[in-house]
Structure formats: structure tokens, C-alpha cells
Design a protein around this ligand. Structure first.
Ligand code: ATP
Ligand code: MG
Length: 379
């Protein structure tokens, strides 16, 4: 008998012709997640298993793998009923309140049915522990038995992040600022299996080295869900200065956003990404009205995903806390956007106005120079 981590995946997404591809990706991703602690990982009969590691530690790592529904530290043993029942009684000895036994027999050669196991094991648990009573509808504890290639016994299930296996949804580039929104936006796409890298526009010395480190820390936090990512740090001061000097003040933010999108689009192409992701949210600020979003989209030739578009700030904040980014996101920092924020930004811009304002700038050269001087950091 030994302890293993029993890992469940979201069955619904894994049907059809793609199933073998998804399962291989998912198993590989679990393997990568426990590689730092040297766990052994295998797939057998609709479950993934992890052994030869500290099981609690492995559970914490595997919970963060996209495509995983839940995990349970379990005892693996021979398919011997007496052994199974004894383990169930042992695992229940400190429980209080209500419980039920949930037996699943996928090996139909096993001599007892699930119902028979439930009844017999339930009886033995009740006999051994007077603090427990049975509730088959809403039990406080579920004592589970799975009879497959071996028998597995466990109590309870730890929920995981869900979603689809990383690497099955294509590649995208996240515009990552130091705020609350963009890390949440990135997480949303990662959860759908999208591999992401990040781009950050850095306006030194208007924004400090510390602001850059904060963004890299946010990328590192996101990376813990998907095995690392690359952050492209783009020098953005020159473009901002020129917009500030040569263009109408009321269009400043929007012009800046159009340059960000142009550069992001170019970097995305260079690295095989098929879409851009931003943390924009309808109506949150002047540059996020429908007209403004249309003007920024106009410079891109790939889809721009804005997964937070319809959420309230409260909902975004809750997600930020849940993914572990919030504490970092709220650290004080200067946003490159706030330094040059116009006093009276246009909320209903027209693309023609922006194109006209951009006549004062050598767009192609500015974009090329920014891309050429981009640094990349792997986190
Ligand atoms: P966030 O909380 O993500 O900073 P925000 O509500 O502050 O968002 P804006 O500052 O208008 O909104 O930025 C909108 C989006 O543009 C951000 O969510 C992000 O995707 C992108 N963005 C803004 N500033 C930068 C930057 N310096 N580098 C990279 N992307 C940026
Ligand atoms: Mg911001």
C-alpha cells in the first residue's frame, strides 16, 4: 500500500477526436508541474496519478494545472475488500458529523457491486466511530473507493483551476501593465489553454525600475500556472514624449494606446502569437469607450481579446485575489499612462482625427525603433 495523488480532469472537454491529444498535453503538463519535486506521473483509466513525492506538496502544484478538475491524496492498494474496508475505517476515525461512502467499480470483475461496498463499508465505519452518522444527500464527508487497475481509497476532493490544458488553445501576447486588470485578463485566456507571453511598455524615467520589477513579478505569478513566460519590455518614453509635444492633448491617451497596439501586434507576429489580450473594460476610463476601443483595434491585424470587457471592478478584484496577483498589483507604482494623462480626454474619438494627429509623427520609424530596442526576460 502506498500514497498517491489521484487527479481528475474535466471529462466534458476531452471527448471526441481530440481526446488523445488533450490527454497527452494534460499528462505532460502535470509532469512538468511536479518535475521540480521529482514526482512520477502516469495516466490510466480516466485518471492521472502522481507518486513518489510529498503528496500535499504535489496536490498544491497540480491544482494549478489548467484542465485539472480536482485532486485527492489517496491510498493505493490491492483489490482486496478487507484491505479496502479497513483503510476506509482508519481514514474515518477522526471525522465528526455526517458522511457517506462513494464506491465506484470500473473493474467489473471485482466481486462486489458499488452498492454492496457502500452498505458494507458504511456499516463498519458507523460501528467504529460513534461521532458519525450517514447522510446520503448532503454529507459533510465523502469516503471514496475507486476500483480500477488498483483500489484507491480517499476522503474528500480538493478543487483545481479547471479550464483546458495549456498549449491546446494557441498562442497570444498579453499587454501587461502593473495594474489589477491585465493579469486577470491573461489568466482568463491561459485558463482556456492559451500559451501566453507578455509585453510591457516602460517609460523610464517617468516610471521607475521598481515598476518594471513589479510587472515581472506579476508575470512570474501568472507563470506559476503555466510553466513560465517571456516578458518583452519595450522602451516607450520617446513615443510618449513625441505625442505629448506634437499632438493635441485631448487625444494623448488614445494615440499612446494605438502605438502600444501597433508594437504589440508586431512583437506578437515575430513570436508566432495569433492574438493580443488586454485588461480593458467597457466604460472604465475615457480610453475604454466603444469608440475608443474601435480606434485602437483599427491598428491591429489580429484579434484583440478583452476578457474583462463586461465585468465590474469588484468581480475583477475578486479574481485577482483568487489567482494570487492582487497583493502585487496594488503595490504603489507610477503607471506610464498616468504621467501623460490629458486633462480633458476625448471619449468619442474618430479614427480620422487620430490618423491626422499621427501625421506629425514618423510612426513607422518610432515603432521600428521601439521593437528593435525591446528587451526580453524569461520568468
Ligand atoms: P490595468 O489594471 O491592467 O493597468 P487599467 O484599468 O489601468 O488596466 P489602462 O491603464 O487604460 O487600464 O490600460 C488598459 C490596458 O492596456 C491594460 O489592461 C493593459 O492590458 C494595457 N496596458 C496599459 N498600460 C500598459 C503598459 N504600460 N504596458 C503594457 N500594457 C499596458
Ligand atoms: Mg493601468
Amino acid at each position: 500500500m502506498r500514497q498517491v495523488l489521484l487527479v481528475r480532469f474535466g471529462e466534458v472537454h476531452l471527448k471526441g477526436q481530440n481526446r488523445p491529444f488533450f490527454l497527452k498535453k494534460l499528462t505532460d503538463n502535470v509532469r512538468k508541474a511536479v518535475a521540480p519535486v521529482g514526482g512520477k506521473v502516469w495516466l490510466s483509466d480516466s485518471r492521472i496519478y502522481v507518486s513518489d513525492v510529498d503528496i500535499e506538496d504535489a496536490a498544491e502544484r497540480v491544482r494549478r494545472v489548467f484542465g485539472i478538475h480536482s485532486v485527492s491524496p489517496a491510498w493505493e492498494m490491492e483489490k482486496d475488500f478487507e484491505m479496502i474496508a479497513a483503510k476506509c475505517v482508519e481514514l474515518s476515525k477522526d471525522l465528526k458529523g455526517t458522511f457517506k461512502v462513494m464506491a465506484r467499480r470500473s473493474d467489473k470483475k471485482f466481486p462486489m457491486t458499488s452498492m454492496e461496498m457502500n452498505a458494507e463499508i458504511g456499516g463498519r465505519i458507523l460501528e467504529a466511530n460513534p461521532n458519525l452518522s450517514v447522510d446520503v444527500h448532503k454529507p459533510m464527508h465523502e469516503v471514496s473507493v475507486e476500483v480500477r487497475d488498483h483500489a484507491y481509497v480517499y476522503v474528500g476532493e480538493i478543487m483545481a483551476v479547471g479550464g483546458l490544458p495549456m498549449g491546446t488553445g494557441g498562442k497570444a501576447l498579453l499587454l501587461l501593465s502593473g495594474g489589477i486588470d491585465s493579469p486577470v485578463a491573461g489568466f482568463q485566456l491561459m485558463r482556456r489553454g492559451v500559451n501566453i507571453n507578455a509585453v510591457h511598455f516602460f517609460s523610464f524615467p517617468y516610471t521607475s525600475e521598481r515598476a518594471k520589477e513589479k510587472v515581472i513579478e506579476l508575470a512570474r505569478i501568472l507563470g506559476t500556472y503555466g510553466g513560465g513566460m517571456r516578458v518583452f519590455v519595450v522602451p516607450f518614453t520617446e513615443i510618449q514624449m513625441q505625442i505629448h509635444e506634437k499632438c493635441p492633448d485631448s487625444l494623448g491617451t488614445l494615440l499612446m494606446r494605438r502605438y502600444m497596439m501597433r508594437i504589440a501586434n508586431k512583437i506578437a507576429r515575430q513570436h508566432g502569437a495569433q492574438a493580443l489580450i488586454t485588461g480593458e473594460n467597457l466604460g472604465q476610463v475615457a480610453s475604454q469607450t466603444m469608440e475608443a476601443l474601435g480606434c485602437t483595434d483599427a491598428v491591429c491585424d489580429m484579434p484583440v481579446f478583452r476578457p474583462l470587457i463586461g465585468l465590474d471592478k469588484q468581480e475583477i478584484t475578486e479574481q485577482s485575489i483568487k489567482i494570487g496577483a492582487y497583493e502585487t498589483s496594488i503595490l504603489p507604482y507610477e503607471d506610464c499612462c498616468t504621467v501623460f494623462t490629458p486633462r480633458h480626454p476625448t471619449t468619442k474619438p474618430k479614427v480620422e482625427q487620430l490618423i491626422e494627429a499621427e501625421q506629425a509623427l514618423d510612426t513607422e520609424a518610432l515603432v521600428a525603433e521601439a521593437v528593435a530596442n525591446t528587451e526580453s526576460v524569461y520568468v
